[in-house]
Design a protein around this ligand. Sequence first.
Ligand code: MTE
Ligand code: HPA
Ligand code: MOS
Length: 754
Amino acid sequence: MINIDAENHVRGRSVYLDDIPELQGTLYALPFDLPTAHAHITSLHLDKARALPGVAAILTAADIPGENQIGGILPDEPLFAEGEVHFWGQPVGLIVADSDHICRKAARLIEAEYEALPVVTDPREAQQLGRLICPPRTFVIGDTAGAWSQCAHIFEGQTAVNGQEHLYIEAHGAYARMKEDGSVIISSSTQGPTAVQRTVAKVLDLPMHKVEVDTVRLGGGFGGKEDQATGWAVMAALAAQHLQGPVKLVLHRLDDMRMTGKRHPYEADFKIGLDEHLRIIAWEVTHYQNAGAAADLSTAVMERTLFHSTNAYHIPNVRATAYSCKTNLPPNTAFRGFGGPQGKFVIEAAIALAAERIGVSAAEIQQANLLRDGDEMPYGQIMQQTQARSTWAACMERYNYTGQRERVQAFNEQNTRYKKGMAVQPICFGISFTNTMMNHARALVHIYQDGSVVVSTGAVEMGQGVNTKLVQVAAQSLGISPGRVRIESTNTLRVANTSPTAASAGADLNGKALQTACAALMERLKKVAEAALGHSDVAIQNEVVMAGGKPSELGWEQLVLMAHQQRVSLSENGHYATPLIHFDKSKEKGHPFAYHVYGTAITIVTVDCLRGTYTFDSVDVVHDFGNSMNMAVDLGQIEGGLVQGIGWMTLEEVAYNAQGRLLSNALSTYKIPDIYSVPKSIRIASLETEGHDLAILKSKAVGEPPLMYGLGAYFAIREAIRAFNPGADLKVDAPYTPEKVLLDLYRSPSSQGT
Ligand code: MTE
Ligand code: HPA
Ligand code: MOS
């Protein structure tokens, strides 16, 4: 089935936040900040700006009727800074005016006095100072202290991995309008309409039933709109309430880049121990997460880092600790993989280092340690239907790993200026929100008397194709053509108390709720058909009622009309909560994931050893889709995720100066992959399996896992550098920008050698 948005996207007809027709009298809002990352505000002079013709209001913390608080998990983030500023880009207030142009003019008239406070941008420094978002957490299995004596090889090291700008094509935005009874309706480009609703209610001092949030689709979210869409929507709503009129707030790209958080940069210390058969016996890791100035989702992201700190490997003795470190940067947030990629990066770095020191390929170590059914993860889950070894084997075989490796070696022997590197990257990603209580969803289905169907769920379409999958689920469950099904916007009045569309679980959770609703409707319709046809064995297939396996004269439209005339309800609200999952934080043990997604990718890179530039020859993937319900959509997710992961590992360098000011604040200074930097060849094959019962129609979640294939890009480059300069003392510090590659190509040997 073709993506239902494809035609409108191509024709430019799809409606994004800024395309919503504006009501007469709509005002425009612009948040303003101070040019400092940490300061005590002594005075704020707004009079000149307020006096500018066309300015309707300038709102600050003093104008908030409810709480000045937007923290999603911990209440530590004011909507508007009060007294102190904690990061460069933190909103101090909101200008509302007749036009965006006037807002910008007014912003230049605002003056403030403030006393600078010390700025901390480094997570290790923050940890030393005791500046933590939450207490550290440790996952333990076995006994690492007792295991080192069994190890033939022990290596220690450090890693650093930078953040990543989401760069969704549509910047943040919201449009708020008042209703007659003082309630407010907000269109918001958010992954979490309920989070927006709850927070607007808190800040505006309204009950949640007076706040309606509506989302048609996002021009990309990638996690950046899971939590951080909320503040902008609250500002628009606050201004609408204050002025009793429609207010729109759409961030300019540069403000969006400057004011919002990104993927969390992490640093880590590790110690790995292997036996003589290359089995990893012990693994100790300490993660330092750079959370930024407020919690946002950092506690949950940190948790997922711990869950994924052994990637696709079985390690009997593990001690993994994580600190969420509070710095004066914009609060970092969800980004595809949600801390998982940062966790996996460290174990892959340790394996790469061990391989170099022992003198084997990293692939030998990886392969020796892949998960099997029955293995226990450090967090207590016993692995079932594990596909780590099967995707690995299929990948090796299908893409002739040995032959490709020989070609790489031969190339390197024959060439001095160019070197190739190769990396294999297995992945294992847990599906479910790590916070068990978030794993539920609802779907509202109306069948109209003409047989057409409308579906509302909590799922937000952000380009990942969830609405297309929901059409497929409804059509299949009801036995009708997809053309009869329409997906409505995501709206808090129609579907309440939703979790954000995140954790790759959008299609699973909302799809399963939709199946529940459709199944209930089917039961009712079947009873009507049974009575009409005098047959006890009826089903609907291709819009025809089948009786005893044979087509009857009764079609979908007649059946629906008949049911309506018999006063049978044609509406249903389905609910789904993932079964089996649980987690006990006091023990850090449980069964947090419905299932895991697996895959293996082989990456080959060619490095220009004169320039430090590189091109990716190929990425070859075998992915565990389960039984994909829409291969075109799923392949798009793999390709997009892979390229986004390669970007994170190679080109994309978020840079702040020591004062906490973002330097990579535009597309001229922040480089993302373009058509020239993507791999020349990407091959993706599906592992043949039956799929998983807890996946929608056995089609596994696909949104985040492929990003982690991108880790292979880093380690392939490292291998090419080693081929050119075998003794170089290489740090592990992603991304591998061409500048860093060039420095490493000519780096002197380490004192220890390799
Ligand atoms: N694909 C597109 N095109 N745009 C996006 O914003 N977000 C990713 C992924 N794929 C994203 C995307 C992230 S971070 C998640 S969690 C999932 O989609 C969310 O959607 P799903 O749960 O329906 O897979
Ligand atoms: N993944 C993604 N988003 C989330 C999660 C998670 O596990 N928990 C809360 N938000
Ligand atoms: Mo995705 S990072 O869970 O929105």
